[in-house]
Design a binder for this molecule. Structure first.
Ligand code: ATP
Ligand code: MG
Length: 233
């Protein structure tokens, strides 16, 4: 069984009298451990598609199955539990909470899971481990305003990993980073993919990243097509 099955997904946004067909009848099958990217021009529907797959946005029509469960049929509470436990999101803007330290930001999804008051040292250790893994051991207690853009992005990546998600949905995770940091972050994604079998869906404008994926899909005006790649690693 595919881990994620998107079936005839369509999203139409309505603004006043105008209807925008952002995603048009897209079907996509993703296996556990896949490492895929979605490329395409600005406005082609990449973020809309990713948001529907991640259960952040309800489709106008079509379905998303995660491990065989139709996520669109879940009520809001069950859907947010599923997102919190199984999915990790990395958005282009790092969206850290300014009043929390790097470590506290990494621990945020755990706190959302209802753990807030009973500090679990194991989870705290895991947050520190993750911050070390991404090279921020010296910034564990720093606040976002004391971090560079790339460092904030890395904290957001650690945050996406804290609950050991099965699926990472990344929307231009290296959007405004320099090439070196981009390569580091993609290297980290590959490492996590290999070590834990975590599935990655990465929306990107970077052909460098796309080249390192097992599969590349291109969005064009709301439709999706698989492209042939020469990735062999
Ligand atoms: N909330 C919204 N309300 C109305 N229209 C929207 C909304 N979000 C996106 N759109 C429109 O839907 C289309 C697809 O947008 P989307 O954000 O999915 O594109 P994208 O491929 O992610 O673009 P980019 O590369 O610039 O991030 C665009 O025409 C956009 O203007
Ligand atoms: Mg987008």
């Amino acid at each position: 069984m595919a881990q994620v099955e998107a079936l005839n997904l369509t999203k139409i946004y309505t603004i006043g009298d105008e209807e925008i067909m952002a995603v048009n009848n897209v079907s996509l099958s993703i296996q556990k451990g896949d490492f895929i990217s979605i490329v395409g021009h600005s406005g082609s529907g990449k973020t809309t598609l990713l948001s529907m797959i991640g259960g952040i946005l309800r489709p106008t029509s079509g379905r998303v199955l995660f491990e065989g469960v139709d996520i669109c049929s879940l009520d809001d509470d069950s859907l947010s539990d599923l997102r919190n436990q199984k999915f990790g999101f990395i958005f282009q803007a790092a969206t850290l909470l300014p009043t929390l330290t790097a470590k506290e930001n990494v621990l945020l999804p755990v706190a959302f899971g209802g753990w807030r008051d009973t500090v679990d040292t194991k989870i705290e250790e895991r947050a520190v481990e993750l911050l070390k893994l991404i090279g921020l051991e010296e910034k564990i207690d720093a606040y976002p305003s004391q971090l560079s853009g790339g460092q904030q992005r890395r904290v957001a990546i650690a945050r996406a990993l804290i609950n050991e998600p099965q699926l990472i949905l990344a929307d231009e995770p290296t959007g405004d980073l320099d090439e070196e940091t981009e390569a580091e972050i993609i290297g980290l994604f590959h490492k996590i993919n290999r070590q834990w079998g975590t599935t990655f869906i990465i929306v990107t404008h970077s052909l460098d990243i796309a080249r390192q994926c097992k599969k590349v899909y291109r969005m064009k005006q709301g439709t999706l097509k698989e492209e042939i790649t020469e990735y062999t690693a």
